[in-house]
Design a protein around this ligand. Structure first.
Ligand SMILES: Nc1ncnc2c1ncn2[C@@H]1O[C@H](COP(=O)(O)OP(=O)(O)OP(=O)(O)O)[C@@H](O)[C@H]1O
Ligand SMILES: [Mg+2]
Length: 458
């Protein structure tokens, strides 16, 4: 579980420590060489200033004086004649000094002085050589010696300080890296756990969605996915229980009336009535199952639309003709007002299914003497088909819900208006598959109007 944070920390740590080591190394080497350079330059300058004095007065008193000046310092001065024989020295000349003096083959060293021993790590003394000249002639030499243990101890000090600083930097880096990787991986781990929970069927999760970065975006997406899943699960359960309820009612009727039919002594008219009820109920079940099957196909995008050219007004009159009988029976006037010559490119069977449902709803909800109108208005390349009735209307808070599967405003299943509540869902799908829209306007006690809009009409 922690492996991502461990990997991140180790990678970060290696990278930063490598970077720090390189920086520390260059800084250390730079400081040490600067220190050595300063020491040797200083030695050369002092040698040069002594030789300046001796060039003016190269006599025993001045030489002694010069040597005396160095006795208190850590450095050692040795003055020799032109043959490298020692004339004077500030401190005792030890073997290693003598060796340097003996090894000097230079008759004319640089007037500003030269370094004759620079190996501060291995040799006991750093040494410079300055000539004492007068009128182009070398009178003698000045050797300046600096004990290298002083330098070595200074470098040692520097090394310990660097080690301490390095250790401090590494600890600080480790703390930073662990903190950083923790703050990045912790939300990721929480998200992983959340998605794992979701995959086991537990859809309600709560993540930190306040973060203002990519991790926050990811959390929000997962949170939305979980909310959607939870909603879908609820919808599915409700849909399933609604379907079973819808099926159970007609099946109960069928079973009940089939039992009654078995009874002896039924009159012919009773027999005929019960058989009619059986027929009606089985038609109801068949319609419900066909509608559900249509919806399932729509959900899987397998619902085929076979478009062809139709003349709208003729088509509407044909559909309306199917309702003439019921119109007469219910004393409802049915008007189709369509004067234009409008060509539509639609699936005639599916499109009539939409109109039949709208007209069926209109008639089901029209009481007493009233009117159902079908009007067509064409503006530019857009056509609108209005199906309106003077029925009881739909309460405004229910209007958005009537498109939902199995939704009925009147929940009790009356035998006269008892549809399954799938008609509008299917109508909406069909219209949308034709690239159109369907909407509703309704006023309680006044009536309801459904409006289908289609574009690209000739
Ligand atoms: N013209 C209308 N006037 C009043 N209410 C309506 C009208 N049209 C639809 N409704 C309400 O909307 C609900 C859903 O309509 P829909 O056509 O989807 O289902 P249904 O007619 O009950 O059943 P089905 O169409 O599947 O046989 C109806 O049950 C009804 O309550
Ligand atoms: Mg209907």
């Amino acid at each position: 579980m922690k492996s991502l944070s461990v990997k991140l920390s180790v990678l970060f740590l290696i990278f930063v420590i490598l970077l720090e080591s390189i920086l520390f190394f260059f800084l250390y080497v730079g400081i040490v060489s600067e220190q050595i350079y300063t020491e040797t330059e200083d030695l050369k300058v002092r040698g040069r200033s002594h030789s300046n004095v001796l060039e003016k007065n190269f006599d025993a008193v001045t030489i002694k004086h010069v040597a005396l000046m160095e006795t208190e310092a850590a450095t050692v001065i040795v003055v020799t004649d032109e043959n490298n024989s020692i004339i004077e020295n500030s401190n005792p000349v030890v073997n290693s000094m003598q060796q340097i003096i003996d090894n000097n083959q230079k008759e004319f060293p640089h007037p500003e002085g030269e370094i004759v021993e620079a190996r501060w790590r291995s040799e006991p003394y750093l040494a410079t050589l300055s000539p004492i000249e007068s009128n182009g002639e070398v009178l003698g030499y000045i050797y300046m010696f600096l004990p290298t243990d002083i330098i070595r101890s200074r470098v040692q000090n520097l090394t310990s300080q660097f080690m301490l600083g390095g250790l401090f930097a590494v600890i600080l880096t480790m703390i930073t890296v662990v903190f950083l990787s923790h703050s990045i991986t912790q939300p990721l781990i929480r998200m992983k756990e959340a998605t794992k929970k979701m995959s086991t069927g537990f859809h309600h999760i709560e993540l930190d969605i306040e973060r203002d970065d990519e991790l926050g975006d990811l959390s929000r997406s997962i949170q939305k996915l979980s909310d959607d899943l939870e909603r879908i699960k609820k919808d599915r359960n409700k849909f399933l229980s609604d379907i079973s309820h819808e099926l159970r009612t007609p099946l109960t009727y069928i079973k009940g009336y089939a039992d009654i039919l078995k009874r002896p002594n039924l009159t012919d008219s009773q027999h005929a009535e019960y058989v009619t009820i059986l027929q009606e109920e089985s038609i109801r079940v068949t319609t419900l199952v066909t509608d559900l099957f249509d919806l399932a196909k729509m959900d899987q995008n397998e619902f085929l639309i076979k478009k062809e050219k139709i003349e709208l007004c003729t088509f509407l009159h044909e559909v309306a003709a199917k309702f003439r009988g019921i119109a007469k029976e219910k004393n409802v006037t049915l008007n189709v007002r369509c004067d234009h010559q409008i060509i539509l490119f639609v699936d005639p069977q599916r499109f009539s299914q939409v109109l039949i449902n709208l007209l069926d709803n209109a008639f089901k909800h029209s009481q007493g003497t009233s009117t159902v109108n079908v009007d067509v208005i064409k503006t530019g390349d857009e056509v609108e088909i209005y199906v309106s009735d003077e029925g009881q209307g739909i309460p405004s808070e229910e209007l958005p819900l009537i498109w939902d599967r199995l939704y009925r405003v009147d929940k009790s299943r009356s035998r006269s208006t008892g549809g399954s509540g799938l008609g509008l869902t299917i109508a909406k799908e069909i219209v949308e598959q034709h690239g159109g829209t369907i909407r509703v306007e309704s006023k309680l006690g006044i009536g309801t109007t459904f409006i289908i809009s289609l574009k690209g009409v000739k």
